[in-house]
Design a protein around this ligand. Structure first.
Ligand SMILES: [Zn+2]
Length: 258
């Protein structure tokens, strides 16, 4: 089955696993119906790498920012440099930013400082954010309520009830990826069942999180239809191609891409 209008809202093609392969991988993506990719940064060098990919490939855009796990390594002037990178016409979001209590490094205060600084920056620039939240649902939600940014929670992994709160109180979207297709994905399935289509967008987090049936392989954006098929099955009244169409339009609107 050939699909169209695939929008991967969260990818890491600057990962060493794609080194020397990006030209070929992207050619395959375009031929497989991938229309847009947002490459997310994890630190300053990867923000620069994301912009370099966006400059080279017309269907690639960049999110620039510092991931919570890199929050301990920021150096003087980092926020000003992120701000100047965010001025690039293909920098469509601040990301990925957030809190990670799974690895819990660096300390939570440092993570929160760097997170807050970037939420304030996003609001100042009028840019959406891509949020990383791992085992930090309560604190992420409370801090988001302080700033009310536009944007999404990438690889949403909280409860279905919290998802409803995020949509209702914050109007933010949820990034749904390969994890939805895994065996123990009860929470994710219930979240997709409850949340209206207009708040869902699709992503890979590649090279990580290949969907069921492809696990162990390097994940790429053309695997997104596996997730669309699962969403169609959960919703029951929509085809996989319609899921791709709607989530693509949602993401275009959210990130201001025409
Ligand atoms: Zn990521």
């Amino acid at each position: 089955m050939l699909y169209a209008h695939i929008f991967d809202t969260h990818a890491h093609y600057d990962d060493p696993r794609f080194e020397g392969l990006v030209d070929e991988v992207f050619r395959c993506q375009r031929a497989s119906g991938v229309d847009y990719i947002i490459n997310n940064a994890s630190d300053e060098p990867s923000a620069r790498a994301s912009l370099a990919l966006a400059e080279k490939y017309d269907f690639v855009y960049a999110a620039v920012g510092v991931h919570p796990q890199a929050a301990g390594e920021v150096t003087d002037g980092w926020l000003v440099r992120i701000e100047s990178m965010a001025a690039h016409p293909k920098a469509v979001a601040i990301g990925e930013i957030g809190l990670d209590y799974y690895y819990d490094v660096p300390d939570r205060e440092t993570q929160k400082q760097v997170f807050r600084a970037q939420l304030a920056l996003a609001n100042k620039l009028g840019k959406p954010v891509e949020i990383h939240d791992r085992d930090a649902h309560g604190d992420v939600f409370d801090i988001l309520c302080e700033y009310h940014p536009a944007g999404c929670l990438h690889r949403y992994s909280g409860s279905p009830e919290l998802a409803q709160e995020i949509v209702r109180k914050l109007g933010m979207s949820l990034g749904i990826g390969g994890a939805l297709t895994y065996k123990n994905s009860k929470k994710e399935v219930e979240t997709v069942r409850l949340i209206p289509m207009e708040y869902l967008i699709l992503e890979t987090d590649c090279p990580y999180l290949a969907p069921a049936g492809r696990r162990g392989r390097t994940c790429t954006s053309d695997m997104i239809p596996v997730v669309a098929e699962k969403i169609a099955e959960i919703k029951g009244d929509i085809t996989p191609q319609e899921v791709l169409d709607i989530t693509c339009q949602n993401a275009q609107r959210l990130f201001g891409i025409r």
